[in-house]
Design a protein around this ligand. Structure first.
Ligand SMILES: [Zn+2]
Length: 214
């Protein structure tokens, strides 16, 4: 009986010590937060700013429409003129700091954005970002309809990233026709397509030996 009593007291003491340790560990965390001046995080504000990234990268004659950045204006209004026959491939979004438009990354970005809205609609609503997100998605889909005119044709790149890296200016100042790449049954995308730059075979001991021998 006495042994059971001692064991019970021992368990209670152990729990008390664990509670105290937990309190000592957690309390400084809370007391330190005001020290860094950051007690809460405004995820609604973060979401709004994340959406602004899309506005910064809008392309086409309507780039300035529904755009938070007053310095944005129409750009790359001749996209698609290099096609034969010429077609309208304006719109969509620049890839990042350069101005090339890649089909697959745009598809991924639009999918993740749409999926986010689908999964977290209440959060988008409470942040007042639902309408803006839907308009951004429409801007994407308008472009996809242009770049995917039928089941077997996909204009998956407009512009040249290497050329863009040598151009230090705003997209509005980058005028003229831009190169484009299209995937069709006779010219599919992927490794089977002849690359614009020939692939260099890596040097191997056998090729080095062959050069030495010759
Ligand atoms: Zn543009």
């Amino acid at each position: 009986m006495r042994q059971k009593h001692i064991q019970r007291k021992s368990r209670l003491l152990t729990r008390a010590i664990l509670c105290l340790l937990a309190t000592l560990i957690v309390l400084p965390t809370f007391t330190l937060r005001p020290h860094f001046g950051q007690t809460t995080f405004d995820y609604g504000d973060a979401l709004e700013k994340a959406m602004w990234f899309f506005d910064a990268n809008k392309c086409g004659p309507n780039a300035a429409t529904d755009n938070v950045f007053s310095w944005r204006a129409a750009c790359h209004t001749s996209d698609g003129s290099a096609a034969s026959p010429a077609r309208d491939l304006t719109g969509g979004f620049h890839d990042a700091g350069d101005h090339v438009k890649f089909g697959l990354p745009q598809g991924y970005s639009a999918s993740v954005l749409g999926w986010s809205l689908y999964e977290y609609r209440a959060e988008f609503d409470s942040a007042g970002m639902t309408a803006k997100t839907l308009r951004t998605l429409k801007y994407y889909t308008d472009y996809f309809l242009k770049s995917h005119p039928n089941a077997t044709t996909f204009y998956y790149q407009v512009g040249d990233g290497n050329a863009d890296h040598g151009f230090w200016g705003s997209p509005e100042l980058q005028t003229g026709s831009r190169p484009l790449i299209v995937a069709t049954p006779s010219s599919p995308a992927g490794p089977s397509r002849a690359p614009s730059r020939p692939l260099q075979a890596p040097s191997t001991p056998s090729t080095k030996a062959a050069r030495t021998a010759s």
